[in-house]
Design a protein around this ligand. Structure first.
Ligand SMILES: [Zn+2]
Length: 273
């Protein structure tokens, strides 16, 4: 999956260090990032290339011995880099660069959504010791992660696969949705399956998780068993299709990035929840 970058090591401990020449800089413009792409391979600018023009920087994290920064920069036209939509880059290489990009984008979203205090409206300041934004009114805001579930519903030797309506992603998907305030994750699983397909589930088992910075998510994957009738009542606002598939009927191949792909692949390989 996206976060499986071993032997590279991700360290998210906050630091107030300044960028060194070899450190990597992420610069975003809405959902695009400044990058040089050659085929499938990505190269992000170093601080050494941008330093004279960087106006602001924020420490993000470290991978191996390289630090990553979020920067604002006044003139990037001369470097041969361009802004590309981050969703187009999810299966590029090396994988640690894609993981770094998605994680940086999550932090970028949080920083840009919290420039001003939601309580009193004044400018927020970065805490010197930890990843938090402080306001003089006493409000302190920590990074925000939206928990969401992905559910593989099994019925004997079949799995429930869906297709989303009106999205660029056309492959088969699993049931997915955000945890609501006051719910357990098991409640979320049962509610989302019921809302999207009208099915009941039992034996809800945790499988694996995945940070998904594109949408500020922490995705948690569950397998569950059908409880009762297999007849699907499609939630047509969200889904265009949903159905039961045997292992041999699924031609989708995992892209090695998404938890959804990993779970469908696990089922194809014989995993039984
Ligand atoms: Zn405030």
């Amino acid at each position: 999956m996206l976060q499986d970058i071993s032997p590279a090591v991700y360290n998210n401990t906050y630091s107030s260090e300044k960028p060194r020449l070899q450190d990597i800089c992420f610069m975003f413009d809405r959902d695009t990032v400044l990058v040089k792409r050659a085929g499938n391979s990505l190269e992000f600018p170093t601080y050494g290339m941008l330093s004279s023009r960087v106006e602001r920087f924020s420490y993000l994290f470290r991978i191996n011995d390289i630090n990553y920064f979020l920067v604002n920069h006044s003139d990037i036209s001369r470097y041969g880099y361009k802004f590309i939509n981050i969703r187009e880059l999810r299966t590029c290489a090396p994988k640690e660069s894609v993981f770094a990009l998605m994680t940086a984008y999550h932090l970028h979203t949080w920083y840009s959504n919290n420039r001003f205090c939601g309580r009193c409206g004044k400018l927020m300041h970065h805490n010197e010791n930890m990843r938090a934004l402080d306001c003089e009114c006493g409000n302190q805001v920590f990074p925000q992660i939206a928990p969401a579930v992905i559910v593989a519903v099994l019925n004997d030797d079949k799995i429930l696969l869906t297709k989303y309506k009106g999205r660029a992603y056309k492959n088969y998907a699993l049931i997915a949705g955000f945890a609501e305030i006051g719910e357990t994750l098991e409640d979320t699983v049962a509610r989302e399956v019921m809302e999207e397909t009208g099915l009941r589930v039992k034996r809800i088992r945790y499988y694996a998780s995945q940070p998904w910075g594109v949408d500020s998510n922490l995705l948690m994957g569950f397998f569950a068993r059908l409880d009762g009738s297999p007849d699907i009542e499609l939630e047509e606002d969200e889904l265009s299709e949903a159905g039961w598939f045997r292992r041999g009927e699924i031609d989708m191949v995992s892209d090695g990035v998404s938890l959804t792909g990993e779970m469908i692949q696990a089922f194809k390989d014989g995993y039984n929840g």
